[in-house]
Design a protein around this ligand. Sequence first.
Ligand code: UDP
Length: 240
Amino acid sequence: MKTDVLGVNVDNVTLAEAIDAGAALLQEEGFHYMVTPNPEFILSARKNEAFRTVLNGADLSLPDGIGVVYAARILGRPLKGRAPGVDFAQGLMARMAKTGDKLFLLGAKPGVAEQAAENLRQAHPGLNICGCHDGYFKEDPPVIEAIRAAGADVVFVCLGAPKQELWMASNGPKTGARLAVGLGGCLDVFAGNVQRAPEAWQKAGLEWLYRLIKEPSRIGRMAKLPLILVDALGARLGGK
Ligand code: UDP
């Protein structure tokens, strides 16, 4: 069931339910795509209608950031919790290692996806990574063809938002894959270039703070994030 968080529909699922739902999409015929909204997505989608439409057209939309969970709570539509894209991806890969479904990694700087693939093959023995491509390409057709030729079932699309969502919605069906997932900076994490917050910080809902300490240049981007809580409060008080 979808929950409207300031104009962006988010699925009210736990991480385990999200992994089951993603695996179920993979069993279905045809192309599907998933998005992982955080507060930045919601702010950006307010001004960018094409982005909002693509987010709301997704088969599955995971509440990636704690800010989304707080905003939903303020709106009076509480979610079960966070379902971070990076954890979803790990869960789906564990399933794929058993089923043999093929994974293509798209995005990040040249060499990052290859390093991520090496680490992921070790972490998930049996995982079939059928190809990689960096995220700084000029033309779409050769990338679509590379995914198609590799016979990918799933594509992790890691180009940053809103580029990755727009890319998935318009090009995903041409790749022949059954599932594309927009996963932001995940390949940098899988490659070991970016460290996630320790589990205690994640559980405390402070992953964003850890990230800010590690990458202080994100302050400009992050300073706007409390805005969605203010907007949520305004919407609640305004009876929307
Ligand atoms: N990226 C890309 N192509 C681009 C712009 C960005 O592949 O044209 C990659 C970038 O290298 C990084 C990811 O997209 O690996 C986005 O990272 P960001 O930290 O913005 O994403 P977040 O995790 O915040 O969603």
